[in-house]
Structures are given as structure tokens and as C-alpha cells.
Ligand binder design. Structure first.
Ligand SMILES: CC(=O)N[C@H]1[C@@H](OP(=O)(O)OP(=O)(O)OC[C@H]2O[C@@H](n3ccc(=O)[nH]c3=O)[C@H](O)[C@@H]2O)O[C@H](CO)[C@@H](O)[C@@H]1O
Length: 354
């Protein structure tokens, strides 16, 4: 039996693509083990799927000053030694890394033990963790065609992003019932990425009375970001994070308001869901979401509302525009060649682990 180690974490966007690969890996007879941090979201998401999970020390590598810059390199070094030990114990034929800082020591340990590594980069430009890992990787999978030019020739392969199969079998009625919504009013689904977004949450709550005249709103607002004063508002429900029911909520949604994380937008595209993207600003990130959103906007898939122009009026206007033109957006998305990448990645894993 072939063995694979999956790694990636920090936010759900570095875990859900790995989860999407699990059924196909099982079908191909791979024994799967997962290496993540001791307490990151990946631990929770993977352990509940009964995949053997191994925690290592994890630290963030930053380009800016932070007092943790003194302690984190030691954590990364400790994580590396733990990962080397795990490579000896688990003896994988291949490592597949979805990125995030916890993946760095795992990839470097695999390289040291001569185990082939495949990396997946979801964003338009590689993040710092993946940049460090690329020299140790045999192949680097990209989600956007534009990314290939940032990757070493001979390693890069355009695959798209693995999307969890269950997202395609949502049931609208079950979604409406889950939220306690009626069947006649259109539904807005608001998602601020896997961790929720204070800016998106505040913008939506500020226009709630106006929104609720026409729509029902289901809001995935992130851990510790539920605002209890809205708990009894008819037509508005809030959840921190949704797992099993996400497919039903997506099916029930007429329009989605979302951050522009690479996985979230690929899922919206694959499901042909009309949507508004509010990318994380360049001031609070490396600007990857802006590039992701601009690419989708150019292709006619998305209505993009940047943080600088996000107001109650602009958000209401965006929702009305997308709702009234939802057929046009759906048709544009139907032309997309950005495919669900599961089979391409499985072939690559098989080739590399021969
Ligand atoms: C703040 C931050 O660092 N964001 C980055 C992070 O975003 P983040 O972790 O938010 O990742 P994405 O938006 O790409 O993906 C979120 C994933 O969580 C799932 N989900 C979300 C909410 C929920 O209630 N239930 C649920 O299952 C979505 O379906 C999706 O699969 O990784 C992405 C992929 O590298 C980057 O593009 C983002 O810039």
C-alpha cells in the first residue's frame, strides 16, 4: 500500500483542498496521514474525519516586525526536528503540501529524507511559506494560469483547486429549513473567509434593516464574531463556521457576499453562484485576494467591491446589481475552464510516488 502525508494549515483554506482529495486517495488505495500544528484549525477538521493526525511545533515567518519573531524561529526548528522523526516513522512515498507555515518544516524534512514533495499554490502569487518550500518540491500545482510564470520551469503545472465533492450535492430546501427561512424570499449568504471578517460583518450588519426588506440573510461570521444583539432578528441568522450544512446553504443562496480567498472563489465559480467579492486589502495582507478578485472580475465572474469603496450604499448597490443580473454572472461562470483539479492532482501524486 502506498503512503501519503498531507500537510497544510493555519486557516481552513490550507486544509479544505486536502480534504477534497481524501475520497480519491482512498479509492487509489493510499494510506493517508496528516501533519499539522498542535492546535490549528487543521487538527479539528482532520481528526473528525478519522484521519491519523500528527501535531508538530509551528511558528510564523514574517516580513514585518513582531516580538514573536524572536521565538518563532525556534518553534520552526523544533517543528522541523519533529517532522524529520515523523518521516522516519511514517515512511511516506510522497508528501502533498497545501501550504501555510506549518507545512514548511514538513516539506524541508521530506526533502532531507529524500521523499518527493508536491506543493499546491491556490493564490495568484506564491505566499512566503510556499516560496520557501518551492526549491524542495518536485512539482508545484497552480490554481491560476497567471501563477505559472512565478514558478520554476519544469516544476509548475496548472491544475486548478480541489473542491470537496459534497459541495455539489447541496439541497436548497434543507438549507432554508436549517436557517428557519421561508421559501419565497431570496437568500443572501455572507462569508468572510474561514476566519470571518470584521469589516464584512460590520458592513452587512449596518445595512441589515434595508437588506431584510427584500432578502433573508445567513451570515458565516467567524469564530467569536457572532453579535448577540442580532440573535432574534427575523430573517437573519449567524453562525461562526459551518461544516456539513455548507453545501445546503450554498444551494439555498441566490447571491453570496464573500472575501476573495482562493478556495472560496473557486467553489463559487464551480457552483456557478452569483457573488460579490470584498478582497482583503493590501494594507492587511500581501494583496493576494485583490489579485484573485481582479482576475475573476476581468473574466466577468464576479462583482468586486474593494474595502476602500465599501459603504452601506455601495454594498446595497452591488447586491441589487448582482441579484438583477444573476443569469449573466452564471452564464459567464459556465464558460470557465478553471476545473476541479482532483483527478489531475491524483495522477501527479501517482507519478511522483512510483
Ligand atoms: C486572511 C487570510 O489569510 N486569508 C487567506 C486564506 O483564506 P481562508 O482560509 O479564508 O481560505 P479560503 O477563503 O480560500 O477558503 C476558505 C475555506 O473554508 C470553507 N468554509 C468557510 C466558512 C465556513 O463556515 N465553512 C467552510 O467550510 C470554504 O468553503 C473554503 O473551502 O487562505 C487562502 C488560500 O490560500 C488565501 O487566498 C486567503 O487570502
Amino acid at each position: 500500500m502506498k503512503r501519503i502525508v498531507l500537510t497544510g494549515g493555519g486557516t481552513a483554506g490550507h486544509v479544505t483542498p486536502n480534504i477534497a482529495l481524501l475520497p480519491a486517495l482512498k479509492r487509489e488505495g493510499y494510506e493517508v496521514n496528516y501533519i499539522g500544528s498542535y492546535d490549528g484549525i487543521e487538527k479539528k477538521l482532520i481528526e473528525e474525519l478519522n484521519i491519523p493526525y500528527y501535531g508538530i511545533s509551528s511558528g510564523k515567518l514574517r516580513r514585518y516586525f513582531d516580538p514573536k519573531n524572536f521565538s518563532d524561529p525556534f518553534k520552526v526548528m523544533k517543528g522541523y526536528l519533529e517532522a524529520v522523526k515523523l518521516m522516519k516513522q511514517l515512511k511516506p512515498d510522497v508528501v502533498f503540501s497545501k501550504g501555510g507555515f506549518v507545512a514548511v518544516p514538513v516539506v524541508l524534512a521530506a526533502k532531507r529524507k529524500g521523499i518527493p514533495v508536491i506543493i499546491h499554490e491556490s493564490d495568484m502569487t506564491p505566499g512566503l511559506a510556499n516560496k520557501i518550500c518551492i526549491p524542495s518540491a518536485k512539482r508545484v500545482c497552480a490554481n491560476f494560469p497567471e501563477t505559472v510564470k512565478y514558478l520554476p520551469e519544469g516544476k509548475a503545472i496548472l491544475t486548478g483547486t480541489p473542491i470537496r465533492q459534497e459541495l455539489f450535492s447541496g439541497n436548497k430546501m434543507m438549507g432554508l429549513d436549517f436557517c428557519g427561512f421561508n421559501r419565497n424570499k431570496p437568500v443572501l449568504l455572507v462569508v468572510g473567509g474561514s476566519t470571518g471578517s470584521v469589516i464584512v460583518n460590520e458592513a452587512v450588519r449596518a445595512i441589515l434593516p434595508a437588506l431584510l426588506e427584500k432578502y433573508q440573510v445567513v451570515h458565516l461570521c467567524g469564530k467569536d464574531k457572532v453579535d448577540e444583539k442580532f440573535n432574534k432578528t427575523p430573517g437573519y441568522v449567524q453562525y461562526e463556521y459551518i461544516k456539513k450544512e455548507l453545501s445546503d446553504l450554498l444551494d439555498a443562496a441566490d447571491v453570496v457576499i464573500s472575501r476573495a480567498g482562493a478556495n472560496a472563489i473557486c467553489e463559487l465559480l464551480a457552483l456557478r453562484k452569483p457573488h460579490i467579492l470584498i478582497p482583503l486589502s493590501a494594507a492587511s495582507s500581501r494583496g493576494d485576494q485583490i489579485l484573485n478578485a481582479e482576475s475573476f472580475e476581468r473574466q466577468g465572474y464576479s462583482y468586486v467591491l474593494k474595502e476602500e469603496v465599501l459603504t452601506g450604499v455601495s454594498l446595497l448597490n452591488a447586491i441589487e446589481t448582482v441579484y438583477s443580473n444573476r443569469k449573466t454572472y452564471t452564464e459567464a461562470m459556465s464558460q470557465s475552464k478553471l476545473n476541479n483539479s482532483i483527478e489531475t492532482i491524483i495522477q501527479l501524486i501517482k507519478e511522483v510516488s512510483k
